[in-house]
Ligand binder design. Structure first.
Ligand SMILES: Cc1cc2nc3c(=O)[nH]c(=O)nc-3n(C[C@H](O)[C@H](O)[C@H](O)COP(=O)(O)O)c2cc1C
Length: 336
């Protein structure tokens, strides 16, 4: 059985800063399932994305939220200040200043309240646990609730919270690793390994991370995934809002080195190396989203200038196989 009865068991993974309703709808209309990414959006912008998606497809609505983190602003204030100080010169080269250090919960409570009032088909949470009533309240309005997990232990914790499904994310995944605690150093388990580790928990599992083509999709389905979520390859879709300089860097020749860094946000994420990571990896600390807010003006300026050297070049291990074009073609190429 395919996940939510899709013809193609390929999902466009949620990608805050890159996913659009157009991308999600195109993937759904191609027979897969698109995800909306609510991360960094206001509740109004999230609501607008849900309705834009619904205008373009009758497929199920799936959306992803970041869970609130521990506020480490006070505990790490001197290290955060040091990191900000180090960013000043980089920011100046891009005609801007680092942002102010700020902790926030990304309008989590408001987003959940909106989703209870306006039910969707699937909600997944990334970056850790939510209060159990968040899960049960969404389920009460008919929504399936999932959690991104990177280990057996996190999978068990998601089961204890009453999850309906798991998203098993491996080390090859582009962007943030969905570890459950802000200071956790991500493990080195690949997607097949994380998938195997959580299959026994009895929930349907979506596998994600490092998919480079249909062989990888098939292998993960053969292992037992109900569907496979692909991120990086969809960054190059016409419908993605990833910065063009980011998309171009995915296929740079010679290929850029990849690394896991918290320099951009205060949470570990897989990216391609650039001047920013070389200059700012060392001073970064586990303060999310404080560091995200510090680097944001620099990333915004770099996107405007088309400069890949100060962008967060999130990339999964299959990044060299990214091909620009309509999302439908990407789905067709990935179909097992
Ligand atoms: C640009 C970018 C943004 C991402 N944003 C999110 C997000 O908002 N929520 C989330 O759960 N995962 C996010 N991820 C991780 C993806 O959902 C997924 O786990 C990952 O892309 C899969 O690996 P792949 O990139 O190798 O296909 C993001 C990944 C990328 C590349």
């Amino acid at each position: 059985m395919t996940f939510l009865d899709r013809r193609v068991p390929v999902l466009a993974a949620p990608m805050a800063g890159a996913s659009t309703p157009e991308l999600a709808a195109a993937v759904s209309n191609a027979g897969g399932l698109g995800f909306l990414a609510a991360g960094y959006l206001s509740v109004e912008a999230m609501a607008a994305e849900v309705s834009a998606y619904r205008e373009q497809t009758s497929a199920p609505v799936a959306i992803n939220l970041f869970t609130p983190q521990t506020d480490r602003t006070t505990e790490l204030s001197s290290q955060i200040s040091r990191h900000r100080e180090a960013l000043v010169a980089t920011a100046a080269r891009h005609g801007t200043e680092p942002g102010a250090s700020r902790f926030d919960e990304d309008a989590f409570t408001e987003k959940v309240a909106w989703l209870r009032e306006h039910p969707v088909d699937v909600v997944t949470f990334t970056f850790g646990p939510v209060p159990p009533e968040v899960v049960s309240d969404l389920q009460a309005v008919g929504t399936l609730v999932g959690f991104t997990v990177t280990s057996h232990q996190e999978g068990r914790a998601a089961v204890a919270l009453g999850a309906d499904l798991l998203v098993a994310q491996g080390v090859g995944a582009g962007g943030h690793r969905g570890t459950w605690h802000v200071s956790d150093r991500p493990n080195g388990a690949d997607t097949d390994e994380v998938l195997t580790d959580v299959l026994g928990l009895g929930l349907p599992v979506i596998a994600t991370g490092g998919v480079a083509g249909p062989d990888d999709v098939r292998a993960l389905l053969d292992t037992g995934a109900v569907a496979v979520a692909v991120g990086t390859l969809f960054l190059a879709a016409d419908e993605s809002k990833a910065a063009p300089a980011h998309v171009a860097a995915l296929t740079d020749e010679p290929p850029r080195e990849a690394l896991v860094t918290r320099a951009f946000s205060g949470r570990w994420a897989r990216a391609l190396a650039n001047d920013f990571t070389r200059a700012h990896d060392a001073t970064a600390v586990a303060a999310y989203p404080n560091l995200h807010h510090l680097s944001r003006p620099i990333r915004t300026a770099a996107a405007r200038l088309g400069d890949p050297e100060a962008l967060a070049l999130w990339a999964g291990s299959g990044h060299q196989r990214a091909v620009t074009g309509p999302a439908t073609e990407i789905v067709n190429r990935l179909a097992p």
